[in-house]
Design a protein around this ligand. Structure first.
Ligand code: PEP
Length: 249
């Protein structure tokens, strides 16, 4: 049985006080949840250490990490630093990192490898932009992102990875993929994992959907056989909405 996960990506939102309040509220609701999904929150870097002291059932994630171990990389945060403040998961390759900070598949592959080598569990994101979908290139794009991004990983490495399919046109836009669109792509990703690794890796992989997921649409997306949870942006900033999404499982 693969793990079900609902992860909240807070992006560049909340100051420390607001973040701590949100984390406390999420932790409280998580303890009352009616779902066996694992709940992860990924606050901004500045909040991680303090938030870690407030959570127990909820797991801690970071939104990014450096591709290098340590040294003269001003402004970067190394995987070891994340581990030292209690981080277990790290989002790698979010579309905002790919588009605003020009992170390419080769760099994301490097980040994934270093994160794994330090004991972090990557949540590796992929997704096509609208023109790629409309131009019929969506499957080629996902194939490229995953085959380069996950290149050189062992089956053991893959057992620590979570994949998030996030169609870029659905992120923060209010336009959610239809349940059929989500299922189609998740199935494609699972089949691709058979090709790139093997059947076991594919079967065991948790594949999350991300893009305008809300309490009102989560259950129909999660009902798909190849959707194993969600990566949630906007709706993760309200504890009640976030946990309503968790409970939609
Ligand atoms: C995200 O940024 O990963 C995301 C899914 O955002 P939203 O839920 O706001 O679309």
């Amino acid at each position: 049985m693969r793990k079900k996960i609902v992860a909240g990506n807070w992006k560049m939102n909340t100051d420390l006080k607001e973040g701590m309040e949100l984390a406390k509220a999420v932790e409280k609701l998580e303890q009352e949840k009616q779902s066996d999904a694992l709940v992860i929150i990924a606050p901004p870097y500045t909040h991680l250490s303090r938030v870690n002291d407030l959570i127990d059932g909820v797991k801690l994630g970071a939104q990014n990490c450096a591709s290098e171990e340590s040294g003269a990389y001003t402004g970067e945060i190394a995987p070891d630093m994340l581990v030292s403040v209690g981080v277990e998961y790290v989002i790698i390759g979010h579309s905002e990192r790919r588009s605003f900070y020009h992170e390419d598949d080769a760099l994301l592959n490097k980040k994934t490898k270093i994160a794994l080598s330090k004991g972090l569990k990557p949540i590796f994101c992929c997704g096509e932009v609208l023109e790629e979908r409309e131009g019929g290139k969506l499957y080629d794009v996902i194939r490229e992102q995953l085959s380069v991004g996950l290149a050189g990983l062992s089956k053991e490495d893959m057992s620590k990875i979570v994949i998030a399919y996030e169609p870029v046109w659905a992120i923060g836009t209010g336009v959610v993929a239809t349940p059929d669109q989500a299922q189609e792509m998740h199935k494609f990703i699972r089949d691709l994992l058979v090709e790139l690794f093997d059947k076991q890796v594919a079967e065991d992989m948790t594949i999350l959907y991300g893009g305008s997921c809300k309490p009102s649409n989560a259950s129909e997306i999660f009902a798909n056989p190849d959707v194993d949870g969600g990566l949630i942006g906007g709706a993760a900033l309200k504890a009640e909405d976030f946990l309503a999404i968790v409970n939609a499982y």
